[in-house]
Ligand binder design. Structure first.
Ligand code: ADP
Ligand code: 5GP
Length: 190
């Protein structure tokens, strides 16, 4: 069976990665999500094993020691996030394309590992003010984590040109059509 390839949507938190990812999953049956591990607490609508594998700090550290992560990062007040090798391999070996929703540094590491077998799309917010508005409207952050996420966003935006393509998520449908076009092209490449 032909091995699948990796697609990364990378963007500062609140830009719209998860929204765009959901739209992709509706259009592409051959695309599967890589469920990351994290030590942050689940949000109200999040399910263990579906959105993330929610782990204690100790469980996460054990996985680091066992070499279970392709990459991992610590941010937002000590919370850890990591891509599990087993998640990615499971899908690739079954011939699926795998979608990763991860932040900038992790995405750079994954791109280094997979090279041309990986499409990395950097999604940019129209402005920091609009990003702040989206995070506020989403209603998932307290003032402290909102400020941390915005601070980190400013730094992350400086890495945009390290990725295969930059897409601005201003109007959602327009941004999605651009994402979809890039994904279709990548899927059809040998
Ligand atoms: P991320 O996964 O990057 O953290 P989300 O997909 O959760 O971001 O989006 C953050 C918030 O912004 C959500 O409430 C989402 O509905 C909203 N959103 C996403 N894209 C747009 C857009 N183009 N215009 C307006 N709101 C958007
Ligand atoms: P959130 O807490 O909003 O779900 O995610 C915060 C940030 O962590 C987002 O930018 C998200 O893409 C990123 N993230 C999620 N999973 C991983 C992962 O496995 N590795 C890395 N490096 N970042 C991740």
């Amino acid at each position: 069976m032909k091995k699948g390839k990796v697609i990364i949507l990378v963007a500062p938190s609140g830009t719209g990665k998860s929204t765009l990812a959901r739209m992709l999953f509706e259009d592409f049956e051959n695309l599967k999500f890589s469920v990351s591990a994290t030590t942050r607490l689940p949000r109200e609508d999040e399910e263990n094993g579906v959105h993330y594998h929610f782990l204690s700090d100790q469980e996460f550290n054990e996985k680091i020691s066992s070499g279970d992560f392709l990459e991992w990062e610590e941010f937002y007040g000590g919370k850890k996030y990591g891509t599990l090798l087993s998640e990615v391999d499971k899908q690739l070996n079954s011939g699926y394309f795998v979608l990763l929703d991860i932040e900038v540094k992790g995405a750079i590491n994954i791109k280094e590992i997979y090279g041309d077998e990986c499409l990395s799309l950097f999604i940019k917010p129209p402005s920091i003010d609009i990003l702040k508005q989206r995070l506020t409207d989403r209603g998932t952050e307290d003032n402290e984590t909102l400020a941390l996420r915005l601070e980190r966003a400013k730094e992350e935006l400086t890495y945009a040109d390290r990725f295969d393509q930059v897409i601005i998520n201003d109007d959602l449908e327009t941004a999605y059509q651009e994402v979809k076009k890039a994904v279709v092209k990548f899927m059809n490449q040998n």
